[in-house]
Structures are given as C-alpha cells and as structure tokens.
Design a protein around this ligand. Structure first.
Ligand code: MEV
Length: 314
C-alpha cells in the first residue's frame, strides 16, 4: 500500500448456528444466522503491525487452542503484510462459538479486495467462500464452510455440503419474527478438537455416529420447516432435542448446561448450545415475545453469562 494512501475498512458479522453444527461436517444440513455484532478490519499503510481490540463484554477465559489473528491475517494478505498495518475490532466475545475466525477471514478478504480495487459482487461469490474457508482452516483444521458462508451471505441460510461437493446454500425462510437470546459462557475448547473428538468416535463406531448425525440433520430439516411456518413452539422443541444429542457427544460444558436450563426455566421455547462447544462456548435460547426475551437475558446475565437479544425477521 502506498505511503499516504487512505485506509480501507471492511466488516463481516459473527454467526450463530441454530441447527446442524457438527452434523454438517458429515453432509447433513444446518441453519445459521448472522449476528448484529461484527468484526471490522482496517488496512492502512504501515509495516506489519496488527492491533486487535475487542469491544463490549469479553470472557476472561482464554482458549489455549485459539489461532492467533496474525496467522489468519498472513493467510489472507499473502506477503502484503509488511507494507500494511492492520486494525481488527471484534464486536462480540471471540473464540466462543460465535464465528470470530470466520468473520475475521471474510472481513480481511473484503478489505484486501477493496485495497486492490476489486469490485464487490452484488451477491456473495463461491470463489470468495472457498478462499474464506481456506483462511478459516488455519484456525479450525477442516471446516465444513458453514461459518464463513453465514458471515459472507449475511442473512439466515440453510447450508448443506456433501463430501467433495460444492455447498448448497439458500436463504432460510423465517415466517414470524424470531427473538434469540445469545449467550457466551467462556471460550470453547477449539473447533479442531471438538470436531476431531467426533471423528475419532466415528472411526470406532461409524454406525452410531451416522445415526446421531442423521438425527441432527432431521432436526435441522424440522427446525427449518417450523421456522418457515412460524411455528416457534416446534422450532424450540427441535432445539431442545438437538441440544440433548450434542450434549451426548460431550460438547456441552457445565456452565453452558446450566445456562440452557436457566433459559428454559425463564420461559424459553427451546435452548441449546451453539457452534463447536467443548469447554465453554455459546448457547442460544428462543423466546416467544420481547418480554420473555428480556426476562431470559436478565436471568443469564445474573448468572454471569454474557447475553444479548438478536431479532430475525423474514
Ligand atoms: C463450528 O462453528 C461448526 C462446526 O460444525 C464445524 C464446521 O462446520 O466446520 C462444529
């Protein structure tokens, strides 16, 4: 970048997975929605400095398995870093199952393209998705591509990818406003480890893992149909069932389990862990109306969980 050139900025949202995490790695469908909170990246002329700030509340627990932002920046900027300074602002708890790596990968690619004068396509491109997946893999090992797809599409999506095939992605239809309480109960243990744990079990007991991932896929389909029909009660039941299966895989920490129970006790129509899970991570609760949503948020906050409300409409 030329000395004295104007800085360029770009952003991408965090994500939550409503249904299908982990099962998506085995070709089952998933539903993901973007967060209102984003990662912002600014590239300015410089000499390779990277500054990272996290705005808002952040868990003090750090993930030992978190990839450093530097490794993602280097992968995205490929040799251009010495001439740039990079400022990253993460607007939600990082390394907590909310898609900070994927959002950073997408924001970096968008900023890089802006810097190079590449025109943004009106719709997200498959090429950009593949590039974002490759960068996110620096953090995650082999990703299904779900997280970067949510960040790139920036709208609720239904995502499915059979092995070695391009992903099928379509907007997820939402028949009635959906209020989700998003909770962050500490950093997760690392996506690579969580995905690897199921892969190990799959090597020992493929029929068992196959049956469970197919059940999670069935819940994604049922959840998608319920959300499209505006049947929040059924969507909530599907969330509870998915949580039970993910918990059986050992992906739910005690804090997340407690928070999920608390959300249900305070009137959630359904609640589940979200994302990779492990030693901590994210959870979501579905509320039938704004009053109930506020009540659940208050209960989670009082229990020490970082919690806020996200609203999704058709
Ligand atoms: C992580 O946010 C979602 C997982 O399904 C991994 C992936 O899809 O790559 C656990």
């Amino acid at each position: 970048m030329r000395k004295g050139a104007a800085p360029v900025s770009a952003s991408a949202p965090g994500k939550i997975i409503l249904f299908g995490e982990h099962a998506v790695v085995y070709g089952e469908p998933a539903i993901g929605v973007p967060l209102g909170r984003r990662v912002e990246v600014t590239l300015a002329p410089g000499r390779g400095r990277i500054r990272v700030a996290v705005s808002g509340e952040v868990s003090r627990v750090r993930s030992a398995n978190a990839a450093s932002p530097r490794s993602l920046v280097e992968a995205a900027l490929e040799g251009r870093l010495e001439l740039l300074d990079v400022r990253i602002t993460i607007g939600f708890p990082p390394m907590a199952g909310l898609g900070s790596s994927a959002a950073l990968a997408v924001a970096l690619l968008r900023a890089r393209d802006r810097l190079l004068g590449v025109r943004m396509p009106a719709r997200p491109s498959r090429a950009m998705l593949e590039e974002a997946i490759a960068i996110e893999n620096v953090a995650h090992g082999t990703s299904s591509g779900l997280d970067p797809a949510i960040c790139l599409w920036d709208q609720p999506i239904y995502f499915q990818r059979a092995p070695e095939r391009p992903a099928r992605i379509r907007p997820a239809r939402i028949g009635r406003p959906v209020r989700l309480i998003v909770g962050s109960a500490g950093t997760h243990g690392g996506t690579r480890g969580a995905v690897g744990g199921i892969a190990e079990l799959n090597r020992e007991a493929p029929r068992l893992v196959g049956a469970m991932t197919r059940a999670l896929g069935a819940l994604s389909r049922a959840g998608a149909a319920a959300l499209e029909a505006g049947d929040l009660i059924l969507a909530g039941r599907a969330m509870d069932l998915a949580h039970g299966l993910l918990s059986g895989f050992g992906l739910v920490s005690e804090r997340v389990e407690h928070a999920v129970r608390l959300a249900r006790e305070h009137g959630a129509l359904g609640a589940k862990m979200s994302g990779a899970g492990g030693r901590g991570g994210a959870l979501i609760a579905l509320a039938g109306d704004s009053r109930r949503a506020a009540r659940i948020q208050r209960a989670l906050t009082a229990a020490g969980v970082i919690a806020w409300i996200e609203l999704f409409e058709r």
